[in-house]
Design a protein around this ligand. Structure first.
Ligand code: SF4
Ligand code: SF4
Length: 555
């Protein structure tokens, strides 16, 4: 039965440029002399290093532990020696560095003792922890830790969508993965379906990949997965955007500011499904991925690449042409220019697009926006790109957010159709990074204020506790002194009332004072100018004849 499909708004149809890299099967990559494995390869906290320089590691050994729940572990891609843990340039257009584990392969490629997981008998949390510790993150480019998404939504999960659309020009890594390893993808989807308790699984694949659709359907049939279906969808960029694919497959339009899980749909990439099957069936963490090498190369193709492998080491296998002037990670629409040729392949690297001036000529000079509205018509996220542009340009970030800046998936459709050649996505990225930076600053200030207040509170509490202790000690001392001065206990102390004891104490004090007065009267009077100060009471007299005030307190 043919499934009813739906349309998403906007989108464009750029040249796909996919045929050249799909001619050959996935190829291995010879071991590079060094692997530089960044600890931070995903959305969330940077893992803590678990190894030290000089240590020997095995292939698949955890070298970075997840930092909290929104994080994911990192593993040694091969066996060898840790040469250093130091900052190295990361695979990001900024050219910034990140803490990385540098490994010198020993050539043995020896695995850890990897064991399959008894996933059906494992608790959901336990299985999610395994995914976190195996370093599984979204391989469609978002690199969000997968274990966080493998939870049924509040009202459950109806549909698990596996994204095999791969709509970006030049990129074919998912296509090849589906053609060659469909069985494992179906297996991974089955595990995810179990974890999400999803009613059905829909695998969306653009109809320009008929071999992949056939391979997936064959694998589904062989598995007898009656609630799973591979669906060919029209080729239109960006059909691989999560919201767009969900719209096409289910008809659900996820509104601005909402998540697909609010509507019972969760979405994962085919590569992620494959990685999950590897964790469960072979006990192997995520240490490699399929990477397309295309563009200005002699032999475009797909390679299975260990994370940490320098990009130029991989690209060289495809025959980089002499006039190459850039490496782009990703495709021409959403990719980022790399700051150097030897930055490492990471979990987000789906494609090394080799560029040249001839292949990607410099854009025409930017002109003024003429408010033609072409960008809005092309936007698949139903945004007003020109409004976002104006507010980003004016650094009016609050307004840009009002226009749903963060719903922009940076697909580049708006810039693709803009007759004024405005690099619109660059403006949106700038706005987003400024907003994030300000939020980080605000968070840091809030944290500092909170710490300051907590510190003051602690100091005040300690002062208060000290004063209370001192008061208690003083009171105890006075009580002890009073007890010492009190007359000998009566024969029936327990029976004496507190009034009686007060009266007795007053009587004793008065008797002592009287005796003192009589004794003083019996002594000779001194002359007034003899410079002798009035007699101060001796310690004994002070104890024996307390002043009225000193007797009042204990009473
Ligand atoms: S397409 Fe370009 S010129 Fe036209 S409205 Fe959008 S930003 Fe302005
Ligand atoms: S880049 Fe953003 S604003 Fe432009 S078309 Fe894509 S989603 Fe819309």
């Amino acid at each position: 039965m043919l499934r009813k499909l739906f349309k998403f708004n906007g989108g464009v149809k750029p040249a796909t440029n996919k045929a050249d890299s799909t001619r050959d099967p996935i190829k291995p990559v010879p071991m590079p002399p060094q692997l530089v494995v960044p600890l931070h390869q995903h959305v969330g906290g940077t893992p803590h290093p678990l190894v030290a320089a000089g240590e020997q590691v095995l292939k698949g050994q955890r070298i970075g532990a997840a930092d909290g729940n929104v994080s994911s572990a990192v593993h040694a891609p091969t066996s060898g020696r840790v040469l250093a843990i130091e900052h190295r340039v990361m695979a990001h257009t900024s050219g910034l560095t990140t803490l990385s584990v540098v490994i010198e392969p020993d050539g043995e490629d020896r695995w850890i003792d990897a064991q399959p997981l008894p996933w059906r008998s494992m608790g959901a949390d336990e299985l999610r922890d395994e995914m976190r510790d195996a370093g599984v993150v979204g391989l469609g480019g978002a690199v969000f830790p997968s274990h966080l998404k493998l939870k049924p939504g509040k009202s459950g999960t109806d549909t698990l969508v596996i994204n095999g659309a791969e709509c970006e020009p030049f990129i074919t890594c998912d296509d090849l993965l589906m053609r060659e390893r469909a069985k494992q993808i179906v297996r991974g989807a089955e595990i995810m379906q179990h974890m999400l308790q999803a009613r059905r699984v829909l695998i969306g694949i653009e109809d320009n990949k008929p071999e992949a659709v056939a391979a997936m359907n064959q694998a589904i049939a062989a598995r007898g997965a009656s609630t799973m279906e591979a669906v060919a969808i029209p080729t239109r960029y960006p059909a691989g955007g999560a919201k767009q694919l969900i719209r096409v497959l289910t008809g659900i339009e996820v509104p601005h500011g909402h998540r697909s899980t609010d509507y019972g749909v969760q979405c994962f990439n085919t590569g992620t499904a494959y990685a999950i099957a590897d964790v469960v069936d072979r006990g192997r963490p995520l240490i490699s991925r399929i990477v397309t090498v295309a563009g200005n190369v002699e032999r475009p193709g797909n390679y299975e690449v260990l994370f940490g492998t320098p990009m130029d080491h991989v690209a060289a296998l495809a025959g980089v042409k002499a006039d190459t002037d850039r490496f782009i990670m990703g495709g021409p629409m959403m990719g980022f220019r790399m700051p150097a040729y030897d930055v490492p392949v990471v979990k987000a690297t789906n494609c090394i697009l080799v560029g040249s001036e001839a292949l990607f000529p410099a854009p025409a000079p930017e002109m003024a926006c003429i408010r033609c509205g072409e960008c809005a018509r092309a936007c698949p996220a139903d945004l007003q790109p020109f409004e976002l542009y104006w507010h980003s340009r004016a650094k009016n970030f609050g307004k840009a957010q009002e226009y749903h800046l963060f719903d922009c998936i940076e697909c580049g459709c708006c810039a693709y159709v803009c007759p004024s050649h405005i690099p619109l996505v660059d403006y949106y990225r700038f706005s987003k990074s400024e907003i994030w930076a300000r939020e980080r600053q605000k968070d840091a200030a809030d944290l500092a204020r909170e710490r300051f207040e907590l510190r003051n509170e602690r100091i005040e509490r300690e002062k208060r506790e000290k004063a209370e202790k001192l008061a208690a000690k003083t009171a105890a001392g006075r009580a002890a002194a009073t007890a010492d001065n009190a007359p000998a206990p009566s024969a029936e102390p327990a029976a004496a009332s507190s009034d009686d004891s007060k009266k007795a104490l007053i009587a004793a004090a008065m008797a002592r004072a009287k005796a003192q007065r009589e004794s003083a009267a019996a002594q000779p009077t001194l002359a007034p100018n003899n410079n002798i100060a009035p007699a101060t009471p001796t310690a004994t007299s002070a104890e024996e004849a307390p002043s009225a005030s000193s007797t009042e307190k204990p009473l």
